[in-house]
Design a protein. Structure first.
Length: 360
């Protein structure tokens, strides 16, 4: 048993020797406690002690370990406190700088408020230019009076002459348009000067009196047989304005048109003379015409105005698409319709028109 106790003692001595070296390397004050444990009184194998009863080595080692743990805890706490202190110092420096900067800004504002400030009025904003809307499209309805004069004493006056024109103002001085016109008139035929029949078949050699125009003819149709004349005109025109920024805008213009006109007698009652039957005469044809315009626009507002215009028109070239209701060889009144129609195509047409000007 003594041998077992001796081995145990040697192991403890080796452990304490190692511990003593570690503590000595640190210069720790606990070294003296370790040495005191190693130099303690030996234990008698018979269970008797040479000295008074003391704490065992295990108890003393437990106390020593406890002291080491307490010291480690204190060192960790101290390290934590040091780190906390450093962080608080760093935050304090930042706060100090921030407060100093704010104080300087407040001092600067106070100085500026105390000093007199020169007020400079802001320049008035430049008003945006007003863009005036330009109404380039026009609608022009007109009514007027038209006269037709030509050779062989032809003098006619229309009872209705209406036109509708649509224009576009392509520039300040030029416009182009399309016009549709309708004219109507009544013609009283009191002579046969347009018949153009001179053969002995229709006339006696000693007089210009046509045998068809006898008492029976006048009893049927009267002293003057009435004709109905109508014409539809489609024309393209262009105008040049001599004034641009004015209430009154005079202009001149030219036009090129297509015309379709027709002639017919009002009284279509049949009258027979020999082998000839009268009463179903009609004539129509188409022709091209040119026109010249002189007029003026009068602007009341930006959208409403008036138009006054004089128009001269004359056909040129031969007629086409001619239609006749009966043969002109055996019907002198059919000849007269055709001759009157041809004379109107070649006559001078003059009209004076007035109307409304609508711009958009």
């Amino acid at each position: 048993m003594k041998t077992r106790h001796t081995k145990k003692t040697l192991l403890m001595l080796m452990f304490f020797g190692l511990t003593s070296q570690a503590v000595m390397a640190q210069g720790d004050p606990l070294l003296s406690d370790t040495e005191s444990v190693l130099s303690s009184e030996q234990i008698d194998i018979d269970g008797s002690f040479n000295a008074p009863k003391q704490e065992t080595a295990a108890d003393r080692m437990a106390k020593l370990r406890k002291k080491l743990e307490e010291r480690n805890e204190q060192m960790v706490s101290k390290k934590i406190e040091d780190m906390r202190l450093q962080e608080e110092q760093r935050l304090a420096k930042k706060l100090h700088k921030a407060f100093n900067a704010q104080a300087m800004a407040m001092d600067s504002v106070g100085t500026q408020q105390a000093a007199p400030v020169k007020t400079v009025a802001a320049p008035a904003p430049t008003p945006a230019p007003v863009v005036k809307k330009e109404n380039k499209n026009k609608v022009i309805p007109t009514v007027g009076l038209m006269t037709i004069s030509g050779d062989n004493g032809l003098e006619l006056e229309s009872s209705a002459n209406i036109n509708l024109t649509v224009e576009n103002q392509i520039s300040n001085r030029f416009s182009v348009g399309l016009s549709v016109g309708y004219a109507q008139m009544g013609i009283t035929d009191t002579s046969n000067s347009y018949s153009g029949v001179s053969s002995s078949y229709y006339y006696n050699n000693s007089t210009t009196y046509n045998p068809y125009y006898n008492t029976g003819y006048y009893n049927t149709y009267g002293q003057g047989r009435e004709m109905d004349y109508s014409r539809l005109n489609l024309e393209v025109n262009s105008k040049f304005f001599m004034a641009t920024e004015s209430t009154i805008r005079p202009y001149i213009g030219l036009g090129l048109g297509y015309n379709r006109h027709s002639l017919a007698y009002e009284n279509n009652q049949q009258y027979n003379y020999g082998s000839v039957t009268l009463g179903n005469e009609e004539f129509s044809s188409s022709y091209v015409s040119g026109s010249a315009l002189v007029g003026s626009e009068i602007n009341f507002t930006d959208t409403i105005g008036a138009v006054l215009e004089f128009k001269y028109q004359k056909g040129f070239g031969d007629s086409f698409n001619t239609q006749s209701a009966s043969s002109s060889y055996s019907n002198p009144d059919q000849v007269r319709l055709e001759n009157v129609g041809t004379a109107i195509e070649e006559a001078h047409n003059m009209s004076l028109n007035a109307g409304l000007l609508i711009k958009f």
